[in-house]
Design a binder for this molecule. Structure first.
Ligand code: ASP
Length: 443
């Protein structure tokens, strides 16, 4: 039988009502055999996430502050869920043991992981699925790095004998048995690991949005939903600021060529967005998404005959590297070379960098422009399509937006433009509207 791994985020499991929706989703498809839950998230926009409460509990205990208030909040969240679901698990006893361990010095990772652990116990009981503690199957090495080889081998063995299970997200264990978590949002990573280990046919990531949008819907109100996207396009967009999935959650499933389907627990009939290893090229290419980030500085160095001067680029980069500043992009032309750097990293050393470049590289001029926003327009087969760049630049020109930098990059699917920070939102809207079919906007 085909295997689907279904990961549910915090808002999908925030209270009894949401958990009952999750139960219905799981029971609607018998392939949903492995379930990876987050800890209970926010019930309303100004609510608290259980993970944040657990971190606070650990800190309060460590620094000798009042920990009882936050402990009671956590207990109420879990007992309300348990009672609402009509389950009999002795959550109070688990919580008492957790508190005792924290008071005896257990660290922040241990505390934070207990949200997923308890939610996993509740969900397994509700579904009649086996509970597999992530500490027994997900491993980190001595330096705290995720150990893929050990994990995949142990987890795939374990899942072979277990047709249906709940495996809590976000944590695993170190070789000394202590608990270690992934970075925040890490249940996405656990879901991807379980999918890879189970040899799943599909990794479903259930959240509170109906998939990815062509642009950030907080900025582009009519943003069109993306039906299908490749892993590589998603990586380009995530790097430029688009966020729905944890970045590290792509790798395990990408390697195993397992598709990811991002779905909405509150709209279970919507197909969501499908992330696929490859997609047949559309005729003429297309734009899949637009993402961007503000606050960059562009350093443009001009020197006649630069292209013939051996080692010029290396010397420029060495002047920047000296200040431990990584560069984002480096578009160049015959006699100019630009380096794009983050405003925040460069602000204290910019004059020293310019002095060094003058001394080491002897350029004709060095120009600095700050407060630049970068916008990436990403799509398959897009760069080779003649019309794409024209549409992009016409849209910006029609909106009266001055393009300060262009970088077509070496990847076939990305054109990056730099505009003033102040033009960022208008530019995103203009590019989106130029590429999203009008009838599909806001869908
Ligand atoms: N509960 C954890 C967090 O809030 C992990 C997750 O939800 O993915 O970051």
């Amino acid at each position: 039988m085909a295997i689907t791994v279904a990961k549910f985020g915090g808002t999908s499991l925030a209270n009894t009502k949401q958990i009952l929706k999750v139960k219905e989703i799981i029971q609607a498809d018998e392939h949903r055999r492995y379930v990876v839950p987050s800890a209970p998230g926010k019930r309303t926009p100004d609510d608290e996430k259980v993970t944040d409460l657990l971190y606070l509990l650990q800190r309060s205990a460590e620094y000798g502050h009042d920990y009882e208030t936050v402990y009671n909040k956590i207990r109420t969240r879990f007992t309300e869920i348990r009672d609402g679901l009509g389950l009999n698990i002795k959550i109070e006893e688990y919580l008492k043991e957790i508190l005792e361990k924290i008071l005896a010095g257990a660290d922040a990772d241990y505390a934070a992981s207990r949200g997923e652990f308890l939610n996993g116990l509740l969900l397994a009981d509700l579904l009649g699925y086996e509970f597999i503690d992530a500490a027994e199957v997900i491993f980190f090495d001595k330096r705290g790095k995720y150990d893929a080889a050990q994990t995949i081998s142990a987890l795939s063995k374990r899942l072979k004998d277990c047709p249906r299970a709940v495996i809590p997200g976000f944590y695993g264990s170190m070789s000394d048995g202590s608990i270690k978590t992934f970075s925040r949002g890490g249940s996405d990573v656990t879901g991807a690991i379980v999918a890879a280990a189970a040899g799943a046919d599909l990794y479903e990531n259930w959240t509170d949005v109906s998939g990815f949008f062509m642009a950030d819907p907080r900025i582009v109100k009519q943003a069109r939903k993306i039906d299908t996207i490749t892993y590589k396009e998603l990586r380009e967009l995530s790097y430029m600021g688009a966020s729905v999935l944890h970045e590290d959650s792509i790798f395990p499933v990408y390697q195993a060529a397992i598709p990811i389907n991002v779905r909405n627990t509150n709209e279970p009939d919507a197909p969501g967005t499908m992330i696929l290893p490859t997609i047949e090229e559309d005729e003429g290419g297309r734009v899949t998404g637009i993402a961007g980030k503000k606050h960059f500085t562009v350093l443009t160095i001009e020197k006649n005959g630069m292209n013939a001067e051996l080692g010029f680029g290396r010397r420029v980069l060495a002047c920047i590297e000296k200040y431990s500043i990584p560069f984002e992009h480096m578009p160049s032309s015959i006699d100019t070379l630009s380096v794009v750097l983050e405003d925040g990293l460069v602000k204290d050393s910019i004059s020293d960098i310019i002095d060094d470049i003058h001394r080491v590289c002897e350029p004709d001029s060095v120009e600095v422009v700050g407060h630049i926003a970068l916008i990436a327009t990403v799509g398959r087969g897009m760069v080779s399509n003649v019309g794409t760049a024209a549409t992009l630049f016409t849209a910006l020109a029609d909106a009266g937006i001055n393009v300060r930098m262009i970088d077509q990059g070496s990847s076939e699917m990305n054109i990056i433009v730099g505009v003033s920070n102040d033009d960022f939102e208008r530019a995103l809207n203009a590019i989106h509207d130029a590429f999203a079919p009008k009838e599909a906007q806001g869908r």
